[in-house]
Design a binder for this molecule. Structure first.
Ligand code: AHG
Ligand code: MN
Ligand code: MN
Length: 348
């Protein structure tokens, strides 16, 4: 298909046509996410000029200081979806409790989970940041607005994706039929199809992890990263290290070039840092739709049934062969193989 000039809205409508039961509301919802992130792009691009950098002085539910742009991005989503009639409940990293919109629930079929601004530590240094979103069907009957509504496993997602605010603004989404990327053309204010049907390479050449946490890494993480650094021309090691410090940026590079991103649990935070519902699960959906994988080390991210709204999970995500290799270290298979080889060398 000639992808020239295909806008996000047109692409979603074409996709929706493939779902006879679709009523176009998902298309409208995704188009509204496009609108919200265009407004955030405008603020991000002028952040140095208008009074929107720095902190608000508040601390969020995770004990993290809230940046002005976190606040602005969150409020933008509330403004865009508040009276849209599309969404019955909004769940945000920046809001301790979900925002239930009963007036929307009669016709609003969806529950929207989002990290309004990901990579906040990069804001004040003009680094790459992003927005992550995850869309679920709302539950019928009076279950909406209750815990069952938002404690949903990743495999129930209807659509998910992210927007990366870098040299360009790029929106990447999946609705279960592949992964597609749209670049914002600021001269016309439209997201235009630029990366159709993204597929992640089976294996990459980079690993992405915060090496500053080495002192608290658990053994599998240390052994895996040490292994990736060992020279072995047969398997293409050593890998290069790349770490931006914004999940969306580190994931997007991994999606396009292959490799593995890891934010594992460690001795200080056994569940790691990233949140399941609006960081790990949506990116896991995108990764799997592009042929990649996303695990905790021992469990598929998309299978996890959350018990808490802002629950954290360890995240290993990327090329299928790189994630499979990592799993061998977390399930102990690699250690057993290496010990077996050592003993067989000794008896040879
Ligand atoms: P957020 O800005 O939404 O809180 O997310 C920050 C996350 C994620 O973007 C990134 O991968 C990770 O924090 C980086 O954490 P470290 O600074 O501990 O490496
Ligand atoms: Mn985040
Ligand atoms: Mn955030």
């Amino acid at each position: 298909m000639n992808t020239k000039g295909i806008t996000l809205t047109r692409h979603i409508l074409l996709e929706q046509r493939a779902h006879p039961s679709a009523t176009g509301e998902l298309s409208t919802l995704l188009a509204q996410i496009g609108l919200a992130t265009k407004l955030i792009t405008r603020a991000v691009n002028r952040a140095g000029l208008v009074d929107i950098l720095g902190v608000t002085g508040a601390v969020n539910v995770h004990g993290e200081e809230v940046k002005r742009l976190d606040e602005y991005a969150n409020q933008t989503f509330l403004n865009v979806f508040g009276h849209s009639g599309l969404v019955c409940t909004l769940i945000s990293e920046e809001m301790e409790v979900p925002r239930h919109l009963p007036e929307n629930c009669s016709q609003g079929k969806y529950t929207l989970f989002f990290d309004p601004l990901d990579g906040s530590s990069n804001i004040d240094v003009n680094g790459t940041i992003g927005t992550i979103f995850s869309i679920h069907h709302r539950l019928n009957g009076d279950a909406h607005g209750t815990k069952q509504e938002w404690l949903r496993s990743g495999s129930e997602q209807v659509a998910a994706g992210y927007v990366i605010y870098g040299p360009g603004t790029l929106l990447v989404y999946t609705a279960g039929k592949g992964v597609h990327g749209f670049t914002l053309d600021p001269s016309i204010g439209e997201f235009l199809l630029s990366h159709e049907n993204i597929r992640i390479p089976a294996r990459g050449k980079t690993y992405s992890i915060n090496e500053g946490n080495y002192p608290v890494w658990q053994t599998p993480t240390r052994s895996l990263i040490d292994y990736l650094k060992e020279k072995d021309s047969g398997t293409g090691r050593p890998y290069s290290s790349r770490y931006v410090g914004a999940l969306v940026a580190d994931f997007h590079r991994t999606l396009l070039q292959g490799g593995i991103f890891l934010y594992p649990g460690d001795m200080k935070n056994p569940q790691g840092k990233l949140r399941l519902l609006y960081e790990a699960a949506p990116l896991a959906f995108v990764a799997e739709q592009a042929g990649g994988r996303a695990v905790t080390g021992t469990e598929r991210i998309m299978d996890i049934r959350p018990t808490e709204l802002h629950q954290r999970v360890p995240l290993l995500i990327g090329s299928p062969e790189d994630v499979a290799l990592a799993e061998e270290f977390y399930t102990g298979r690699k250690k057993r193989d290496r010990e077996r080889r050592k003993t067989s060398h000794r008896t040879d």
